[in-house]
Write a protein that binds this ligand. Structure first.
Ligand code: SF4
Length: 492
């Protein structure tokens, strides 16, 4: 121990330390090791802030502490001032420092008799236990400063709330779960955890922690790319479905590469197959793969949907996080080899589901297999039967025609370059590198939904809308062409 001064902790650093000491170390000393925040991650943060802002409307006569995290001490001063003013019923983003920990309380509600409620807002749809340390460390700081905390609440979204299309009813959109009892039990651990974190941070060297399953539990760690940079291409973690227990055992034996896993080590059938493929550097092809791929009726429709997935519902009759389909692409392969492409993209800010359904039913007709990648499209179609009961029979008739290419590939084929993943984003570059997603502006479904929202926003300039439209059509079309080509490649 050098006795170096430990940096100030915060609520997020406390949570980082609980997940992984190395993560906390990097958060404090090596932020430059973190990967860049992706547009999707940024959108998730922004959605969280939007939910937080809406929640404050349930606590009127409150004031917002506007100072950002770089001006925490100013936020603390403003908070004290607001607390002294009895007319202030609630303080949003209230800032405090105690015991070497800085916190911002989402909502500090004045409840009379000098008491306050601590309200933490989350954009999740339930009060999971992973939020307990989050509120417990805030309680530790507030109690340490002498605040009389009456109740500890978690405000989260209510996924049974249905928007009527007129005004979001905040009382119904949010649910409030009382976590007081559980948080008080948890907060007994906070002082010792802070001591452990501070001791670790005062050490001259970073803790020696290897990446494994803990890196994504409960949150994906932003230092992942940095931590795995020296791992072999076929690192044991990429073995599909490997348990933490098996990871630990292999680490203890000094085994990091799949090819070095001893034959005596017990693996599942798929894991064993992957190991053989890696050792022999060749693909596994089931003897009935081609039969499965050929067991389809022409014209074969390769189908993909893009959907909106919003915390705050946008259209009448929808719930938080309900998937709303706004785009489809269908590459149609005829028996004579001719390929036709049909597509739909809703370009207006309106509930797209009826137009989506009508155009889709027209394109798919009543003949031919429908190839999807995973059962996502099937679930969306089932969802549409409730929204549009008048088309229920036609929609249900589609389900019997669906063939899930993902299921076929994951059961009947493996290539070492899949690196344990059967997602189309892994399968396509391994089989057909010239068709990789790399050069596309939109490379994943979540980003497609976010870009769509940007496109239908009235304030987005027309030129930008045009670009987004082109990118969306390219991305969705690429997905369906990819399926067609994967089937072609594996059937050859
Ligand atoms: S990637 Fe894993 S090991 Fe590395 S800092 Fe993050 S949680 Fe810790």
């Amino acid at each position: 121990m050098t006795g170096k001064k430990a940096p100030m902790l915060s609520k997020s650093r406390f949570m980082a330390g609980l997940q992984c000491h190395l993560r906390l170390w990097y958060e404090c000393y090596n932020r430059e090791f973190a990967s860049e925040v992706s547009p999707v991650q940024q959108a998730v943060f922004d959605a969280g802030h939007e939910v937080g802002r809406l929640a404050t409307q349930l606590y009127p006569d409150g004031v917002l502490m506007e100072e950002d995290h770089l001006h925490h001490e100013d936020a603390v001063k403003s908070t004290l001032k607001a607390m002294e003013n009895p007319k202030v019923a609630a303080i949003y983003e209230a800032g405090f420092i105690h015991d070497g920990v800085r916190i911002r309380v989402d909502i500090l509600e004045r409840v009379g008799d000098g008491k306050w409620n601590l309200v933490e807002v989350k954009s999740a749809t339930s009060a999971k236990d992973i939020y307990l340390p989050d509120v417990a460390v805030q309680y530790h700081v507030l109690r340490g400063l002498g605040l009389d905390i009456d109740r500890i609440f978690l405000m989260h979204l209510n996924n049974r709330y249905v928007y009527d299309g007129k005004k979001v009813e905040l009382e119904k959109l949010f649910s409030r779960t009382d976590l007081t009892k559980k948080a008080l039990i948890y907060q007994n651990q906070v002082p010792s955890l802070l001591t452990i974190f501070n001791d670790m941070l005062a050490h001259p060297d970073a803790p020696n922690i290897k990446p494994d399953r803990h890196c994504s539990i409960p949150y994906d760690c932003g230092f992942w790319e940095h931590c795995i940079q020296d791992m072999p291409e076929h690192w044991v973690m990429t073995l599909t479905g490997i348990s933490q227990k098996n990871m630990d055992e292999l680490e203890a034996q000094g085994v990091r590469d799949i090819k070095d896993i001893p034959m005596s080590f017990s693996l599942s059938t798929l894991q064993d197959r992957i190991r053989s493929c890696v050792i022999n550097n060749q693909a596994y092809v089931s003897s009935d793969l081609k039969d499965e791929l050929k067991d389809m009726v022409y014209p074969i429709h390769f189908l993909d949907f893009e959907t909106l997935f919003r915390a705050i519902p946008r259209y009448a009759g929808t719930r938080p996080y309900q998937s709303i389909p706004f785009q489809w692409s269908d590459h149609i392969l005829f028996e004579d080899g001719v390929i036709e492409h049909r597509e739909y993209l809703c370009e207006e800010d309106k509930d797209p589901r009826k137009e989506f359904t009508l155009t889709l039913l027209d394109a798919l007709g009543s003949k031919g297999s429908i190839v999807t990648y995973t059962n996502y499209e099937e679930n969306i179609i089932k969802g549409l039967t409730y929204k549009l009961p008048e088309y229920r029979d036609q929609l249900l008739a589609l389900l019997g025609r669906i063939k899930d290419l993902h299921k076929i590939v994951s059961k009947k084929f493996y290539h070492p370059k899949f690196h344990g993943s059967f997602s189309i984003k892994s399968v396509l570059p391994a089989l057909l590198p010239e068709l990789s997603y790399k050069n596309l502006e939109i490379q994943e479904g979540q980003l497609a939904g976010l870009e769509y929202e940007r496109m239908i926003e009235p304030s987005t300039p027309a030129e930008e809308k045009g670009k987004i439209k082109k990118n969306l059509l390219t991305y969705c079309g690429h997905d369906t062409l990819a399926m067609l080509k994967i089937r072609e490649e594996l059937s050859a």
